[in-house]
Design a protein around this ligand. Structure first.
Ligand code: OTD
Ligand code: ZN
Ligand code: ZN
Length: 346
């Protein structure tokens, strides 16, 4: 039995760091294990311009405790007013690594997202020209489409048409949750990638709804049926270059989750690496973990893999806090529902 595993230091290709006291409180949870992360721009107000992204990066670096190394990879929030020249300049300076597309209303703080895709055509064409990836929250928002079908419908009615209309556009399907998403990502060639979260490898919709409603398992896109979870496990553990880790770790203070209208988001930064080692071991794929957490993402984003290493060791139960106290309230850490045995070596 493998009892020790040394990987290139992992990166998180989809992360919510928030701002202010919440940022301060939760940033060490990611920086402890991850070298870099693609930082989502869905602040209030959103990070829309290159200047805003530069200022946000500075706030992240200022919040980093002494002695911790971490590189935030910045993104811009695509709106119908986004200026292609600003995007190109932010990319050329090395500041911005991706642009994020939220269909308006699809998820937390997405109100400024896109409704009319024709209005962002110029930006997408510029991005295809300069090779800047588009990260996509892939759900339609039509009231008449069932929430469990919104990803599959988005692929057919929005994503595939955009990709056909914009040859050369590099796209990351963020946080895929369905067998259809995994199959589409796999069939898309080198310009298409997909991130998979930790929690979607662990929970299906029963975990949210059976035996009482579990607000800390509620996220968007919502977890689907078991066969979708199994398809995501097969994708993540396949080692295929198109699949890489994006935790979508998304902190909300407990009262905002445990509410009559609870916020979406699972906070997994603290125990993600232990959970992933457990999942990959269960599927007989520990030898593929490094590709998922540390190699496929950098290759897609055209960045070098990290030189530093991270070692996991199998042992007695891993202890981790069930809650992280922040100046913006207490955040509940994702409970995978099973004991963890893979320790990240300090
Ligand atoms: N999903 N929560 C959040 C974002 C994501 O769609 C997402 O990327 C959040 O709180 O920002 C969530 O459930
Ligand atoms: Zn999203
Ligand atoms: Zn997210």
């Amino acid at each position: 039995m493998t009892t020790s595993l040394t990987l290139r230091r992992p990166d998180d290709w989809h992360l919510h760091l928030r701002d202010g006291a919440m940022l301060q409180g939760i940033l060490p949870e990611t920086a402890r294990h991850f070298a870099r992360a693609i930082v989502m721009p869905n602040l209030v107000p959103p990070v829309v311009t290159g200047a805003q992204a530069a200022a946000y990066r500075d706030r992240i670096l200022a919040a980093l405790p002494d002695g911790m190394a971490f590189e935030p990879l910045m993104t811009l929030y695509l709106t119908e007013e986004t200026d292609p020249a600003d995007v190109a300049a932010a990319h050329a300076s090395g500041l911005v690594k991706a642009v994020k597309l939220y269909p308006a209303g699809a998820t937390t703080n997405s109100a400024s997202g896109v409704t009319d895709f024709e209005k962002v055509r110029g930006v997408l064409e510029k991005m295809a020209e300069i090779g800047l990836p588009l990260c996509v929250h892939g759900e339609v928002v039509d009231a008449d489409v069932d929430i469990f079908d919104r990803e599959a419908v988005f692929i057919d009615t929005v994503l595939d048409p955009i990709r056909r209309a914009t040859p050369g556009l590099r796209v990351v399907m963020e946080h895929i949750t369905t067998a259809e998403g995994a199959a589409y990502a796999q069939s898309g060639g080198p310009d298409l990638g997909a991130t998979i979260t930790t929690h979607h490898l662990v929970i299906n919709r029963n975990h949210i709804l059976v035996g009482g409603i579990k607000p800390h398992y509620y996220c968007l896109p919502v977890a689907k049926r078991e066969h979708h979870r199994l398809a995501l496990r097969a994708a993540a553990t396949s080692g295929l270059p198109c699949f890489f880790l994006g935790t979508d770790s998304a902190p909300h203070a407990d009262p905002a989750k445990e509410s009559a209208c609870g916020c979406a988001g699972c906070f997994t930064a603290t125990n993600t690496m232990s959970i992933l080692a457990h999942v990959f071991e269960e599927d007989g794929a520990l030898d593929k973990l490094e590709r998922f957490t540390s190699l496929n993402g950098p290759a897609f984003y055209d960045l070098p893999a990290n030189d530093a290493r991270l070692t996991l060791e199998r042992g007695g139960p891993v202890t981790y806090p069930d809650k992280i106290d922040t100046g913006a309230g207490t955040v509940t850490v994702f409970d995978p529902g099973f004991a963890l045995h893979w320790h990240v070596k300090p």
